[in-house]
Design a protein around this ligand. Sequence first.
Ligand code: SF4
Ligand code: SF4
Length: 399
Amino acid sequence: MRTELAPSLLATPEGRRADEILRACVHCGFCNATCPTYQQLGDELDGPRGRIYLIKGLLEYPDEPESVRIARTHLDRCLTCRACETTCPSGVRYAELLEIGRMRVEDGTHRGLGARLLRRLLTFVLPRRRLFRVLAGLGRSFRWMLPGVLTSHLPAGVNTRWPVPVARQRRVALLQGCVQDALTPQVNAQLASLLDRKGIEAVRVEDESCCGALALHLADQDRAQETMTRNVVALAAMVPDVEAILSTASGCGVTVKEYDRHLAGHERAGEAKVVAEATRDVAEYLREFQFDKRTDVDRVAFQPPCSLQHGQAITGVVEDILRGAGYELVAVADAHLCCGSAGTYSLLHSGMARTLRSEKLRRLTAARPHVIATANVGCQTHLGAGTNVPVMHWIELLR
Ligand code: SF4
Ligand code: SF4
């Protein structure tokens, strides 16, 4: 694609990077075939190729408020699922370009008061682990007073006890995550037990901060960098003492794995690279072990989160581990499509999120599984709110 970005923009690292990404796109449109919003809305501007053109326009003609407003509408509707990256034959780094485009949109337009307050509230509450845990607890107690879009993310009480710590030679750090720690704390508790049985000590990261994904998705670059930096400091200190930093939430994992890119040029860039290289999705770490079934169900439908299959390019690993434990994995059509959760997307675009969830659940339940398994807290709670079939993290199925 030919580009004509302003020289002032090309003088910045983000401008040069955007130019490089734009030039890699040959506007073939293959990516539209796997884009969930393009499939639903049928509008070129709600597909990756159209959004790439919109971002190009934003960067070439930054002073046209009407085009910035139009771009905002279509970039907001993007799930950041990255299915388009998996499909693209030219290796276009769409998500990176989208981050740059969204920042330009936030600089160039004013959102209404209600939208601004909601976005502020989300970036304030969700990354604060203790505050969110208290609010989630209150939400469970007073769920009858809350709107359905919120209560659907609040599952009932669960077992969250970790095994009694025993010092081991093999140790891993376990990312707790802010949302996961409040909504599905049983997942990490179960992983800590699994590791304990394999002779591996799971260590909590005491000063862990939000991974920064939520602020990043809402184009709040300053807040994202601030929380990432705090996390880098906490995690880098642990790296010498552990084999790996493990994440059971693929949405957090994909962000931490890209800290070197997010903090490039930052004073903590070196530590960010160390942390990024030490981080693994739990499936990558556990693939060398054999597990048994923990439940009496047989048929499992696995939903690979976008952050796992597209963001981290991990495919088939969870399925192999579950099969190895004795589960039957049922076939699921169009597994590449997003379920509609997508971070804060299900709260900000609830209509589209519900439509995508219905379609995803139709495919997931077509072969009548006993349970749906997934690998990210957002997908787990979002899908769980739309079906009577139990939705669990796949770690919960093993012992
Ligand atoms: S598939 Fe890749 S090269 Fe083709 S239009 Fe989409 S982003 Fe551009
Ligand atoms: S990230 Fe997902 S929703 Fe956004 S353009 Fe790519 S495929 Fe479409």
